[in-house]
Design a protein around this ligand. Structure first.
Ligand code: AMP
Length: 394
């Protein structure tokens, strides 16, 4: 488990907080979605309440090491000031150098120094050690709360972390420590449910869980590549031909590892990929030539929900069908309800699965909604994320 802000004493200390304020701006430079700023408030408020002198650092867009006025963080700093009207927030156009070092030294407990876009410096993405050293001069403690960028080895993510006592903020702590905990000691039966269309993206997650999970349920578009590898006819369904050999290997490996790898045993198909397509249910895993698989069939829904119901740990990522079309949303919705009902710890990741849970108002029934995009997928694949590795363990 990683050290969190609650494990360190920040009173009167200059705390360098790396956040992810990479928010959308309109053409007038106005922040159009402040979700990421609002989500960061608990960490900021906690540190300020403990008497920290806070230095905020983020990237915005891809300026590629050049100063680009339309990617300045000034509008974001203004937004933060609206959200924290009683807090003194100063802005520095530089992220390194004597001027900003002096500003950091003059900062009082409870005040914020907001740094300009760190990616205006080409040294950031190169993880330049001299640049990281200069950044470290601004602070006594380093805190990382930018989980979405934890898979990158940049100066403000890994370089500086190695030079200062460090910890993770609330956002990153929840994501990382929940995952590490589950990966280390999952309560059994441990069931992983994967869906969505991109088999190439999720096949490595299947591989990572072969030795850890008791059952891996594969639905959605990605299941057809595995069924094809078993020799079934899948009509006009989505197939990733290139990944068929790897799918075959995984099916073999699953047998050796004694993990139940469950695939659809029937399907809901459509004659065309459209909102007007009517659902045709197959009796088994085979499909007629001209049909497209678009959702789980009723027998599969039963099999999957029964397995999820018995689980004490569940990870779910990816829809079970083309849930955007009403006629083919049953599989995804039923799985969402089953995951929410599971007794043990539940983690839901991926934009579509999270959207389904929210639509059904089941958010509160899920232990952790994993919103980290690429970084979350990397964790699920069992990759060591540089930004996480750089933080000390408890
Ligand atoms: P992903 O980004 O890989 O998680 O895929 C999400 C998308 O997969 C959603 O837009 C779904 O509509 C799509 N999807 C799920 N099942 C199928 C399927 N059977 N055929 C085609 N697309 C699917």
């Amino acid at each position: 488990m990683k050290k969190t802000i609650e494990d360190i004493d920040v009173k009167d200390k200059r705390v360098f907080l790396r956040v992810d304020f990479n928010v959308p701006l309109d053409e007038n430079g106005v922040v159009t979605d402040e979700t990421r700023i609002i989500k960061e408030l608990p960490t900021i408020k906690y540190l300020l309440s403990k008497g920290a002198r806070l230095i905020l650092c983020s990237h915005l867009g891809r300026p590629d090491g050049e100063i680009k006025d339309n990617l300045s963080l000034i509008p974001v700093a203004k937004k933060l000031l609206n959200l924290l009207p009683l807090t003194k927030i100063k802005f520095s156009f530089q992220c390194v150098g004597e001027k900003v070092e002096k500003m950091s030294q003059e900062l009082k407990p409870g005040e914020i120094l907001f740094l300009e876009n760190i990616r205006f410096y080409k040294e950031e993405e190169k993880n330049d050690p001299i640049f990281a050293k200069k950044l470290s001069k601004l602070a006594d403690i380093y805190v990382n709360d930018a989980f979405g960028t934890a898979h990158r080895s940049h100066a403000s993510i890994t370089g500086i972390a190695r030079l200062l006592p460090n910890a993770v903020g609330y956002l990153m702590g929840k994501e990382v420590n929940t995952m590490l905990d589950i990966m280390k000691n999952p309560k059994k039966p441990f069931v992983v449910v994967l869906g969505g269309s991109k088999v190439s993206e999720k096949i490595y997650i299947v591989m990572n869980f072969l030795k850890k999970a008791d059952a891996i349920l594969i639905g959605g578009g990605m299941s057809y590549t595995f069924l094809k590898a078993q020799g079934y006819n899948l009509g006009n369904s989505l197939i990733d031909e290139e990944k068929i050999p790897l799918a075959k290997e995984i099916l073999e490996e699953a047998k050796k590892c004694n993990v139940k790898l469950l695939l659809p045993i029937d399907h809901k198909c459509g004659a065309s990929f459209s909102t007007t397509a009517k659902a045709i249910v197959t009796s088994g895993p085979d499909m007629p030539e001209n049909l497209i698989g678009m959702d789980l069939g009723p027998k599969t829904i039963k099999l999957f929900t029964k397995t999820i119901r018995r689980a004490k740990t569940v990870i779910w990522n990816g829809p079970m069908g083309v849930f955007e079309f009403d006629e083919f949303s049953e599989g995804t919705e039923t799985i969402a309800r089953a995951v929410a009902k599971a007794r043990g710890k539940t983690i839901v990741g991926g934009g579509d699965s999270i959207a389904s849970i929210r639509l059904l108002k089941l958010d509160k029934k899920i232990t952790h909604m994993s919103t980290g995009g690429g970084a979350s997928l990397a964790l699920l694949e069992g990759q060591l994320l540089p930004g996480v590795e750089a933080i000390n363990n408890k």
